[in-house]
Design a protein around this ligand. Structure first.
Ligand code: HEM
Length: 492
């Protein structure tokens, strides 16, 4: 008994020292929304987990052109409101304001995916070049897989309505379509690959909780609470022999054989590594495939689901979009050009990404050294910065009737001068901004628009209950409800 009281008594100073030293003080010059006292800031940090929109709206109302900070469990997040910050981030050198290091730090990649992924980030070049440039060439495959996957996911009988959990449908279809694009047949039909790709997001995301912990425990805890290492081993088993085979062929035939190589992610990543002066290995390519799955599958599924819910709430918009899809497909068939010409649909996607953006805080950066913004604001290296996307997307300074969902807000006759869903701008940050804007956005929007066009052309759909399903708020993320069901009926 006495021992326990003594231990408690002795642990109090340790706790006080921990609390006071765990929040850095070199951000004291930036105003705080919530408590700034190291002790009380923990209350704000807990509130932030499920109430970020209210907190960051308060910060925007108080400092519309300035910056403020909020407490997270594991440190401060500096949030930028004003236009000048967007211009500064746009012009900043990624080796000073780093998006890769911010992402790696937030999800503790070193403990899950290893440190090579940040040391050699040629994966971004591969996504920007080979992965994006092949969308036209592989569009037929994607279209075939969209049709096949929706047929499997929506088991309609006659004219009866079929009820389907919308998010799961989106994730299944996107996982199949993305796997088809990345691996092509027959590899994409390997169910192990699909399961690994789908699980990668959730498992890598758990790294967010590893960040809460002391440094020395991270590698051990990451193995304990995430399945990333197991998924990596599984991916190596699935694609390892193919990678080895291709590397051997290259060794024998040199660069001469590259023309005959399959047009898939394995070839693109091998080329990407060689072009960056690296030696491609089975382990490294498997890690990068997991990272692509992390960045692509559930982001795209979430965005698709938010639009599907919105369309269910606005049947009159579906009628307008159906006219467009039928007119364009009649002229261009189911091609990439057709999807590009669906200007109303593109506007709908951009508007949905404005009001239902899945990242209320985006353009996340880590200064690798002290950085001074153009208004004189100085931030130290190693912190997390982000843009207040939630508030900027709802600001009357940027939009007329900002709280109204207007799906055709950006649509222009023939698409002339239209602001596109893929185009970051001063008032639209759903794909980030500047040199580190999402490199996968052209593939993601092509995939989402094709899937929506297919549904609009071939199905009637409505919500099970006539309300927009409540979102899941976790820190800066606003994800679509995962339980809500949509009813589908095949059109005759
Ligand atoms: C609709 C789906 C998607 C959304 C909403 C989305 C959103 C974003 C956002 C907001 C960023 C941060 C950009 C910035 O900080 O400026 C980002 C970065 C990134 N995205 Fe996407 N993304 C999507 C799909 C994809 C896909 C399909 C891929 C890969 C094929 C991908 C790969 C990446 C990568 C690698 C980065 C890091 C870029 C860097 O740090 O330089 N994303 N994405």
């Amino acid at each position: 008994m006495f021992d326990s009281i003594l231990a408690l008594f002795l642990s109090i100073p340790v706790l006080i020292v921990f609390v006071y030293t765990s929040r850095r003080r070199d951000l004291d010059h930036i105003p705080t929304v919530g408590y700034s006292d190291p002790f009380l800031s923990w209350l704000s940090a807990i509130r932030y987990i499920h109430n970020a929109p209210a907190i960051i709206s308060e910060g925007y109302a108080l400092y519309p052109k300035g910056a403020f900070k909020i407490a997270m469990i594991d440190g401060w997040n500096v949030i930028l409101n004003g236009n000048q910050y967007i211009s500064d981030l746009n012009g900043a050198d990624p080796s000073i304001l780093s998006s890769v290091m911010a992402l790696a730090d937030m999800f503790q990649f070193e403990a899950t995916l290893g440190d090579k992924i940040t040391k050699h980030s040629h994966i971004i070049t591969v996504i920007r070049t080979s992965l994006t440039r092949n969308i036209n060439a592989r569009f037929h495959d994607i279209t075939e897989e969209v049709v096949r996957s929706f047929d499997a996911g929506i088991p309609c009988e006659g004219e009866a309505w079929t009820s389907v959990p919308a998010y799961q449908l989106a994730a299944d279809v996107i996982c199949r379509v993305t796997s088809r694009y990345l691996f092509d047949e027959p590899l994409c039909n390997d169910p192990n690959i699909r399961v690994i790709c789908e699980q990668a997001t959730g498992e890598i995301f758990k790294g967010r909780f590893v960040r809460y912990l002391p440094e020395s425990s991270k590698p051990f805890v990451a193995r304990l609470i995430t399945k990333v290492h197991g998924l990596h081993a599984g991916m190596m088993q699935c694609i390892g022999p193919i990678i080895e085979n291709r590397l051997e062929r290259r060794q024998l035939n040199g660069a001469d054989c590259t023309e005959e190589e399959p047009n898939d992610i394995i070839t693109w990543l091998i080329d990407g590594a060689i072009n960056a002066g690296q030696s491609p290995t089975v382990a490294d390519i498997s890690t990068r495939v997991l990272l692509i799955s992390f960045t692509s599958i559930h982001t795209t599924s979430a965005v698709f689901t938010t639009i599907l819910y919105q369309l269910c709430m606005n049947p009159q918009d579906v009628a307008t979009l159906r006219d467009e899809v039928q007119r364009v497909v009649q002229a261009e068939n189911w091609t990439r050009l057709a999807v590009t010409k669906m200007h109303n649909l593109d506007s709908y996607l951009r508007e949905s990404q404005r009001l239902h953006t899945i990242a209320n805080l985006s353009v996340v950066r880590m200064p690798l050294e002290e950085y001074t913004f153009s208004d004189g604001l100085v931030v130290p290296g190693g912190i997390i910065l982000s843009i207040n996307t939630f508030s900027r997307h709802r600001s009357a300074d940027h939009y007329l009737s900002p709280d109204t969902f207007d799906g055709f807000r950006y649509a222009r006759e023939g698409g002339q001068g239209q602001s596109l869903a893929t185009g970051p701008s001063m008032e639209y940050h759903s794909f980030g901004h500047g040199r580190s804007a999402c490199p996968g956005r052209f593939f993601a929007t092509a995939e989402i628009k094709l899937m929506l066009a297919h549904l609009i052309a071939h199905y009637d759909f409505k919500m099970e209950y006539d309300v927009y399903p409540e979102k899941i708020i976790f820190e800066g993320n606003a994800l679509p409800n995962r339980e809500a069901k949509v009813l589908f009926r095949r059109r005759v």
